[in-house]
Design a protein around this ligand. Structure first.
Ligand code: GDP
Length: 207
C-alpha cells in the first residue's frame, strides 16, 4: 500500500489528549528542537509550501497539529522543544503533553526526529530518544540542512551520529536531508509510507 504524503491536509490542533482525533488508525509524528527545520521538512515531504507553519512564537500554548492522509492515517507535528527562552511553565507543559501523547497514542507507529546536521544529538534530543525507547516507539532520524555542510563534514557527522546511537544501543535509521535543496525526500517518504502501510495492514488483520 502506498500512502501519498501530498494528500496531507490540516485537520486540527490539540493541546490536550481529549482533543486528539479519534479516527486515526496509523500515524507518524515529527519532533525536534525549535528551528531544527521540522516544519520545512514536513512541507517538503508533503510537497506543499505552507502545510506546517515555518514561523512560530516561542512561549505560546504548545499545540500538536494533525494532518490527515488517505485511509485514516495521519502525520503529526509535535511542538518544537529546547527553545532557551521558553518559560519554565511552557517547558513543563511541553513535557506533559509529549509524554501523554507517547503513552496513550495507540495509532503512533513511528517518530521522525529532525535534527540540524550542524548541531545533532543535543541533550534534549537524547531525552526524546530515550522516551521513544522507553515507550517502544520506532524512531527514524533526519539530519536536515545538509546543504549547509560540505561532503566531507556530512560523511563525518553521519558516521559519528550513527556510531553514537549504536553505542547507546539505539536501533534506528538515520539519513541526511535538505528541505531547500530537496535532498533525501523520497528516501524519507518511503520510510514514512512503509510505517503507515504496515500499521494499516495490521489494523485490518485485527478487525
Ligand atoms: P522548525 O522550528 O523546526 O519547524 O524549523 P523551520 O522549518 O521553521 O526552519 C527553521 C529555519 O531553518 C527557517 O529559516 C528555514 O528556512 C531554515 N531551514 C529549514 N530547513 C532547511 C534546509 O534544509 N536547508 C536550509 N539551508 N535551511 C533550512
Amino acid at each position: 500500500m502506498n500512502i501519498p504524503l501530498a494528500q496531507a491536509h490540516f485537520t486540527k490542533s490539540a493541546s490536550a489528549v481529549k482533543d486528539f482525533p479519534t479516527d486515526s488508525r496509523a500515524e507518524v509524528a515529527f519532533c525536534g528542537r525549535s528551528n531544527a527545520g521540522k516544519s520545512s521538512a514536513i512541507n517538503a515531504l508533503c510537497r506543499q509550501n505552507s502545510l506546517a507553519r515555518t514561523s512560530k512564537t516561542p512561549g505560546r500554548t504548545q499545540l500538536i497539529n494533525f494532518f490527515k492522509l488517505d485511509g485514516d492515517s495521519y502525520l503529526v507535528d509535535l511542538p518544537g522543544y529546547g527553545y532557551a527562552k521558553a518559560p519554565a511553565k511552557v517547558q513543563q507543559q511541553w513535557q506533559h503533553l509529549m509524554k501523554n501523547y507517547l503513552v496513550i497514542r495507540n495509532a503512533l507507529c513511528g517518530l521522525i526526529l529532525v535534527m540540524d546536521i550542524r548541531h545533532p544529538l543535543t541533550k534534549i534530543d537524547w531525552t526524546m530518544i530515550r522516551w521513544t525507547e522507553h515507550y517502544h516507539r520506532p524512531l527514524y532520524i533526519l539530519l536536515t540542512k545538509v546543504d549547509k555542510l560540505n561532503r566531507n563534514d556530512t560523511v563525518k557527522t553521519l558516521t559519528k551520529v550513527t556510531s553514537d546511537l549504536e553505542k547507546q544501543g539505539i536501533d534506528c535509521g538515520v539519513q541526511v536531508f535538505s528541505s531547500t535543496k530537496k535532498i533525501g525526500i523520497s528516501q524519507a517518504q518511503e520510510k514514512i509510507s512503509a510505517w503507515l502501510s504496515e500499521a494499516l495492514e495490521q489494523t485490518i488483520d485485527v478487525n
